[in-house]
Design a protein around this ligand. Structure first.
Ligand code: MN3
Ligand code: MN3
Length: 335
């Protein structure tokens, strides 16, 4: 009997101990995640029904496409990205935070369906999900990011998976967020915009958190490894930016908004780099004022814990305030 219940592998199974602080920021992120927690069914996008019916067909078409594209990215992040990173991170508290984030990604993914259900017919919904599978630019970005999530074998590849995750959270989502921000900033699709607002707040803390883990890991790499990952980090961003430009033209040219979306992409790509502790790469141009107004840039997430380089260490020396967690939010309608 004794023999049968003996632990054959001699592996020590550890229990998560929340009574010991592991790094000075993970517990704060756990609390912030719980404080922000929401579910899609708390919102009533059916309030947008009348506005939706009066939108031009081109705007409707773009709107459903960007939401479907966002659904793909959240699906990937919830089922592949966050679980893969959580699996390869050692500290148990960190795994818990990442698992919670994975759960929220699935709520995000579902929330777009909640919006679709109130605005579209079943046939239209099926069509837009088919479109996701056929759109080469969406498929390209999902493929590029997944490649890093599915090939984690050491610290170097784990770092690159974290880079991919931060690119997705802090950069790739924003070609999709632009249109809902632009509309709700004009008092249109405001109820759906509230859901997008909640998602943007979540993505902000996700990008900052994984960015902090990445920075820590980066410092553990050898100088040669750092050079390799820096090269790949830059090459991946350039490849993704080129693809985002093509995606943006595909969706937004017909609305005459493609140039403004591209400016928004530069801004967010720089923000992703800052989350990784890297200098800005792109010269930022003026963002559409309606969209700009929808984002609270003054206390943007990149200043959270003062993320330049050693970042989180600062947080150890003072108590957190609400100000630390001030994230982009939708502005009140302009009209
Ligand atoms: Mn998400
Ligand atoms: Mn996220």
């Amino acid at each position: 009997m004794q023999e049968r219940i003996r632990n054959a592998s001699n592996k020590v199974h550890r229990a998560v101990n929340w009574n010991r602080e592991v790094d000075g920021f993970t517990f704060a992120f756990w609390e912030k995640n719980l404080e922000q927690m929401w579910v899609d069914t708390e919102f009533v996008p059916s309030k947008d029904r009348n506005v939706w019916d009066r939108l031009e067909p081109e705007v409707q078409d773009a709107y459903k496409k960007v939401l479907a594209g966002l659904t793909l990215l959240d699906t990937k992040q919830g089922n592949v990205g966050m679980p893969a990173i959580a699996e390869h991170v050692d500290i148990l508290q960190r795994k818990a935070v990442l698992s919670f984030m994975a759960m929220m990604e699935n709520i995000h993914a579902k929330s777009y369906s909640t919006i679709f259900t109130t605005l579209l017919t079943d046939v239209e919904i099926d069509e837009v999900f088919d479109w996701v599978e056929e759109n080469q630019f969406l498929q390209f970005k999902a493929e590029q990011i997944s490649h890093y999530y599915e090939n984690i074998t050491d610290n170097k590849t784990l770092y690159l998976a974290m880079v991919a995750s931060v690119y997705l959270e802090s950069f790739l989502f924003y070609s999709g967020f632009f249109l809902p921000l632009w509309l709700s900033g004009q008092g249109k699709m405001v109820a759906s915009g509230e859901i997008i607002n909640k998602i943007i707040q979540d993505e902000s803390i996700h990008g900052v958190y994984v960015g902090l883990l990445a920075q820590e890991l980066y410092n553990e790499l050898t100088v040669a490894e750092q050079e390799e990952v820096d090269y790949e980090t830059n090459a991946l961003l350039e490849e993704l930016m080129e693809n985002e430009f093509a995606y943006t033209e595909d969706i937004y040219s017909i609305l005459g908004l493609d140039h403004e979306v591209k400016n928004f992409l530069y801004y967010n790509a720089n923000k992703a780099l800052m989350n990784l502790g890297k200098p800005a790469k792109y010269e930022e141009k003026k963002i559409n004022p309606i969209v700009q107004n929808g984002l609270n840039t003054e206390s943007g997430t990149h200043d959270f814990f003062s993320t330049k380089g050693k970042s989180y260490k600062k947080a150890k020396h003072r108590a957190l305030t609400d100000q630390d967690f001030s994230f982009p939010r939708l502005a009140e309608p302009l009209i």
